[in-house]
Design a protein around this ligand. Structure first.
Ligand code: KIV
Length: 269
């Protein structure tokens, strides 16, 4: 529990207006949600990145809406102040506005987040409008959109080339007009991300999009240094992986040597 005031949807526009950066992190379970909430994160994202970061898949495409729901529920239980956003995974919103609304309602009712996010610009604007008109807050996601990795030709930096700024800006404006309250810009070259941030009235949240977006997001395992690799745009602010390895190795050693449990861990009567 923290004594912070709960972050509400209207706070993000206020933060953009006064130039206060929005700090967002992914979270997939209750203990990490509690820690990141207490650390002051404004938004916790139950990303479909849990497919590769938690469930061991190669990419995000395998995960289903109903796979995401228990993770969203767990994070929502752990967040006492942070605003929780849950991803709709590949395949549960693209077909029609009706499909997007049904999936969003299912996520909101069973997962308990404050908002949903899905990927795409003008091609999903009808879906976004239907979702926001159903009373569900929506966050957009442009630039490198992992669910379209095959169509994009791999993990490629976005915003390069003639017409790229105009196209991404048209997507961003379509999302804003459809009611999005914020947009993630992933792996977008800095001048394009900066220009889009300047043009929009809603905040942008960058990941690999330079320092001039209205906020930043990282996958928490990259942020905390859980693995020994992280993307070049990311930064490991800790070395949680080696600390966890150390604790597990000490435990294994003490069990093998018979020094754990000691008398203080034992019920003798
Ligand atoms: O799924 C995810 O973690 C995301 C972030 C990388 C923005 O969408």
């Amino acid at each position: 529990m923290t004594d912070r005031k709960r972050v509400r949807i209207h706070h993000f526009a206020d933060m953009k207006a006064r130039g206060e950066k929005i700090a967002m992190l992914t979270a997939y379970d209750t203990p990490t949600a509690r820690i990141f909430d207490a650390a002051g994160a404004d938004i916790l994202l139950v990303g479909d990145s849990l497919a590769d970061n938690i469930l061991g898949f190669d990419d995000t495409s395998a995960v289903e809406l109903d796979d995401m729901i228990p993770f969203a529920r767990a994070v929502s239980r752990g967040a006492s102040a942070a605003f929780v956003v849950a991803d709709l995974p590949f395949g549960c919103y693209e077909i029609s506005p009706e499909q997007a609304v049904a999936s969003s309602i299912r996520m909101m009712k069973l997962g308990g987040p404050n908002a949903v996010k899905f990927e795409g610009g003008r091609r999903v604007a009808r879906q976004v409008k239907a979702v926001t008109e159903a009373g569900i807050p929506f966050m957009g996601h442009l630039g490198f959109t992992p669910q379209s990795e095959n169509a994009l030709g791999g993990r490629r930096i976005q915003g390069r080339g003639d017409g790229a700024l105009e196209a991404m800006l048209a997507d961003a404006v379509a999302l804003q007009d459809a009611g999005a309250f914020a947009i993630v810009l992933e792996m977008v070259i800095e001048p394009v991300a900066t220009a889009i941030t300047r043009e929009l009235s809603i905040p942008t949240i960058g990941i690999g999009a330079g320092p001039h977006t209205d906020g930043q997001v990282l996958v928490w395992l990259d942020m905390a240094g859980v693995g020994d690799w992280h993307p070049s745009f990311s930064k490991a602010f800790g070395s949680v992986g080696s600390h966890l390895h150390g604790a597990a190795a000490d435990y294994v050693n003490e069990v093998k040597r018979g020094t754990f449990p000691g008398p203080e861990h034992t019920f003798s009567t």
